[in-house]
Design a protein around this ligand. Structure first.
Ligand code: NAG
Ligand code: NAG
Ligand code: NAG
Ligand code: ZN
Length: 498
């Protein structure tokens, strides 16, 4: 009896042991970032889609099936992080200050998971919907003291730093920092006179600059790596505004990347690392634009679906982790719109009626030629913009006045339009900036050993439950055997100050 009791009281080592992941086995690591997407964005997108497609209450997003934990997002300098520190937490697995791109709190370049895997022989890719030189992709593929150093970020991304070229595939926006400001067609914004796209082509990059060239990639089957795909000067348009004849969807971009990278690593004993970002969920949050945001989240969910399909069909050990760097907008799916006690509801039907983002209609108003004729201008705002583009019929004369007053600035007037939609849909926003709420972690793998580790808790360096954001970077390094400190040593000479 005594013996049995002792046995029962001893902690069971068996059930607590997580099998080690064989880091040398061929692997694909897909890291996905929903920039600025907090839990409320999912509630919003789910309810919107249920309403739009007349789906059951229990119909959920693809992402919802893969929830494993949540992430605490603070940076070394603030409880509210920015995307630069947020992405550096994932890429270098360390906390740094807001604005830091692949550098530590002392502004020293830190080795990233992308670089570590490249050094091991993996192929690497970046797929985003914003500028490729923006914070999230930059923090994996460059090292600068401040996120605004986008000219230098572009140079690093093409291999102009001690490691040489670490990126094999780029698809996104952001031609601007690859062309000089003097560029005749007005694509450029570099402070120097360099044309990095010409340089890249001389160095063997295949360049793709428009939809036709993107289509000639044949879904990824007709690519020669390295590939530089820059499909817009700045951001790729919001999905709600996107003309599919001009810009591919994020899901299409992802499909091309997955096909190209898996094809190119087919005969290798190393797989690929791919960063995918739903970049503009964040922008819709900054703009307080619920109609744009639900479409961004749904476009990301489609891209996530492509990744799940790829993993389930792949015979290479593959893992995808999807999380956010932070929440943006302080979004809530309810809003008190009058002094009396509020009804418990919000109205997704208002978002469905709106067929353009606030940014898009703000540009339209800004560019309107006959602002001097006030009567004509007001009619244009009421009929062309608010009724037709936003699908709102019960606008007030005060709202039209507000548009007129703010029409000289795209940034100011977009908030007026987005407020018209937010109030009517009873969507709440608490800031034009970021918030510190925890964000979700999602994951999927076709490997039993990676799955066991993923679903283990903190003690076993898994991702189940609540985590610091840097633990996600640590997880990717641990399953692949990347020694980030070693990578840091190999990039010491990197030029990084402004
Ligand atoms: C494959 O890509 C090349 C350019 O690299 C292009 O000339 C060719 O037309 C493409 N093939 C197809 C079938 O689209
Ligand atoms: C949506 O648009 C239609 C047509 O303009 C309008 O009749 C309806 O009231 C709108 N619905 C909402 C919720 O604004
Ligand atoms: C406009 O209609 C919506 C319902 O579609 C209602 O909630 C809102 O109060 C109305 N707004 C104004 C200013 O009349
Ligand atoms: Zn942001």
């Amino acid at each position: 009896m005594f013996v049995v009791l002792v046995f029962l009281l001893l902690p069971s080592t068996k059930t607590n042991t997580v099998p080690e992941v064989d880091s040398s086995k061929k692997k694909n690591v897909i890291f996905m970032v929903t920039d600025g997407m907090g839990p409320a964005s999912l509630s919003l997108a789910r309810s919107f889609r249920q309403h739009r497609d007349n789906l059951a209450i229990d119909d959920v997003l693809e992402l919802d099936h893969y929830l494993v934990g949540s992430s605490r997002t603070r940076s070394s300098s603030s409880l509210v992080t920015d995307s630069a520190a947020g992405a550096t937490a994932f890429s270098c697995a360390l906390k740094s200050y807001n604005g830091a791109i692949g550098v530590d709190p002392h502004k020293q370049p830190c080795g990233t998971i992308l670089e570590g895997l490249k050094l091991q022989g993996y192929l690497t890719g970046l797929v985003v919907t914003t500028r490729i030189t923006d914070a999230t992709p930059a923090a994996f593929s460059s090292h600068v003291d401040y996120r605004f150093q986008e000219d230098l970020i572009a140079e690093h991304q093409l291999g102009e730093y001690p490691l040489g070229r670490a990126v094999d595939l780029i698809i996104g926006g952001g031609r601007c920092h690859f062309y000089p400001t003097s560029d005749a067609e007005g694509h450029g914004c570099r402070a120097d006179s360099r044309n990095l796209i010409e340089d890249a082509q001389k160095n063997g990059w295949q360049y793709v600059g428009d939809r036709a060239q993107f289509d000639a990639l044949q879904g990824g089957k007709n690519i020669s790596l390295p590939l530089l795909g820059l499909l817009a000067d700045g951001d790729i348009p919001y999905d709600i505004d996107r003309d599919s004849k001009v810009h591919p969807s994020l899901a299409e971009q992802v499909k091309v990347a997955l096909t190209a990278l898996s094809e190119a690593t087919k005969d290798s004993d190393k797989g690929f690392f791919l960063l995918i970002e739903g970049s503009r969920i964040d922008h819709a949050g900054h703009h307080n634009d619920p109609a744009a945001q639900v479409r961004e989240v749904l476009a990301y969910d489609k891209a996530f679906q492509e990744v799940i399909k790829f993993i389930d069909e792949s015979d290479v050990e593959t893992v995808a982790i999807s999380t956010s760097d932070h929440e943006t907008g302080g979004l809530v799916t309810a809003r008190q719109i009058s002094p009396s006690y509020p009804d418990y509801l919000w109205r997704p039907e208002v978002l469905l009626n709106s067929t353009h983002s606030g940014e898009y209609v703000a540009r339209k108003v800004f560019n309107y030629k006959h602002k001097d004729d006030l009567k004509k201008f007001k009619k244009f705002i009421a009929e062309e913009i608010i009724e037709k583009d936003l699908g709102v019929t019960n606008y007030t004369s005060e709202e039209i006045e507000l548009v007129v007053e703010n029409a000289a600035s795209v940034n100011d007037v977009l908030y007026v339009f987005n407020n018209i939609i937010s109030v009517r849909s009873q969507t709440g926003w608490t800031t034009h900036g970021h918030s510190a709420v925890d964000v979700n972690i999602y994951a999927h793998t076709n490997s039993e050993s990676i799955k066991a580790k993923l679903l283990s808790n903190k003690a076993h360096h898994g991702l189940l439950g609540n985590h610091e954001n840097i633990e996600i970077g640590e997880f990717m390094a641990s399953i692949t055997g990347v020694d980030l400190e070693e990578v840091t040593t190999s990039i010491q000479g990197t030029k990084h100050s402004p």
